[in-house]
Ligand binder design. Structure first.
Ligand code: IPE
Ligand code: IPE
Ligand code: MG
Length: 249
């Protein structure tokens, strides 16, 4: 039966490239920052909905390593929005039993933002519900490079043998060490690229692209993506027939 090989379930780890805030604003003759503000409201809505439907891991790409090259005023506004968001969201995270984490190069972030993030992580560390991860100052090539350097250092000082390095043990050197690989990646705003996001971790993720800009991405859009995911056949290199026999035992 064809149905037997379908997913039929929720992604364990959902990752989202939240794109299109600037275009959303520009289409309304508004400054780009208004799009980012509206984007924060979408974050609240989607985090809440993911909690409700029972997603275990939600990772949001909020600011890339490359985004530092944007105009200074935009970067500054984004940083202050981020700080405000974190401060306001911690009580809700506590209510929802959400664990908060950050991946990316935290050292690049302004000190006040870093402190707000560290506080949120510390306060929510014991929560056992959904893990909400923000990718901030995140670049996947940079992540892989720092992992390679850390591996080299461990080999040089005798803590690791080259033969012990496996896909699993290498993953432990990435920012995402504590996270499973994403099952589904959503990118909004019609762009069909990865933009240096989780290059290693997305190896077998299902990809979903929508034309909708992030500020307009609502519950309905989320459910459309989740329903689409349910219909995907994840073969991991096998044939459909093999999958069927695995499932039917
Ligand atoms: C996504 O929206 C948010 C960030 C990258 C910080 P954009 O700001 O990239 O919006 P567009 O792509 O210019 O429309
Ligand atoms: C990717 O969006 C980064 C985030 C969503 C935070 P960008 O808007 O920066 O990506 P490009 O430049 O269009 O590839
Ligand atoms: Mg963009």
């Amino acid at each position: 039966m064809a149905d037997a090989v379908l997913n039929g379930k929720l992604p364990n780890h959902l990752a989202i490239i939240m794109d299109g805030n600037g275009r959303w604003a520009q289409a309304r003759m508004l400054p780009r920052i208004m799009g980012h503000r509206k984007g924060v409201q979408t974050v609240r809505l989607i985090v809440e909905e993911c909690t409700k439907v029972g997603i275990r891991f939600l990772t949001l790409f909020a600011f890339s390593a490359e985004n530092w090259s944007r105009p200074k005023t935009e970067v500054r506004s984004l940083m202050s929005l981020l700080k405000k968001y974190i401060r306001l969201e911690v009580p809700r995270m506590m209510r929802n039993n959400t664990r908060f984490r950050v991946i990316g190069n935290r050292d690049d972030l302004p000190e006040d933002v870093r402190i707000a993030l560290d506080d949120a992580m510390a306060v929510t560390a014991g929560n056992s519900g959904m893990t909400l991860t923000l990718a901030l100052s995140y670049g996947s090539r940079q992540e892989i490079l720092q992992a390679a350097k850390a591996v080299a250092a461990d080999i040089v000082n005798g803590r690791l043998l080259p033969a012990e390095l496996t896909e699993n043990s290498f993953s432990d050197y990435l920012y995402t060490a504590a996270l499973p690989d994403p099952d589904l990646l959503i990118r909004t705003s019609g762009e069909m690229r990865i933009s240096n996001f989780m290059l290693w971790q997305l190896a077998y993720a299902e990809l979903y692209f929508t034309e909708v800009n992030w500020p307009d991405f609502g519950r309905e859009e989320l459910h459309k993506a989740l329903n689409d995911y349910r219909l995907r056949e994840r073969r991991f290199g096998l044939t459909s027939d093999q999958l069927r026999s695995v499932i039917s035992g």
